[in-house]
Design a protein around this ligand. Structure first.
Ligand SMILES: [Zn+2]
Ligand SMILES: [Zn+2]
Length: 136
């Protein structure tokens, strides 16, 4: 059996790292207002994986719980990059910041969600499934 592919993600300053073992469950672009503010980009790209696929590296973290109790963000304690997040009500999935996998040959996003909040100038790749809100 082939060894599963390993991909590394890191924060901006490099002190917080993680490894993803095997292929992600899926990759999703999200135009929701939280992803726009969280990333500072016009949409966020999330790599979803099972918790047992994620190998935490060294690094100091800070957490931020969304006030609605839906999600906990894990950020680098030094530079503040939000490297991963965990839904508080689901224990079988973890979201990883796609943009932190620099140079790691990630699969392309398979859908774009919350396009209701998409800036008009953001182009949706041809054929990419979109959802006005959350995915069905
Ligand atoms: Zn950092
Ligand atoms: Zn979002």
């Amino acid at each position: 059996m082939q060894d599963p592919v390993m991909r590394q993600a890191a924060c901006v300053c490099g002190q917080l790292r993680l490894s993803l073992k095997g292929e992600p469950l899926y990759v999703s672009s999200c135009c929701c207002t939280r992803c726009q503010r969280r990333t500072g980009g016009f949409f966020g790209v999330t790599v979803y994986a099972r918790p047992d696929q994620v190998v935490a590296g060294s690094g100091r973290t800070q957490t931020f719980h969304l006030p609605d109790g839906s999600t906990t963000f894990h950020r680098c304690a030094d530079c503040g990059t939000n490297l991963w997040w965990v839904p508080d009500d689901v224990d079988d999935v973890i979201g990883l910041a796609g943009g932190c996998f620099v140079g790691q040959d990630l699969p392309a996003p398979q859908r774009m969600v919350w396009v209701e909040h998409k800036h008009p100038f953001v182009q949706v790749p041809t054929g990419l499934p979109t959802f006005d809100g959350p995915p069905d």
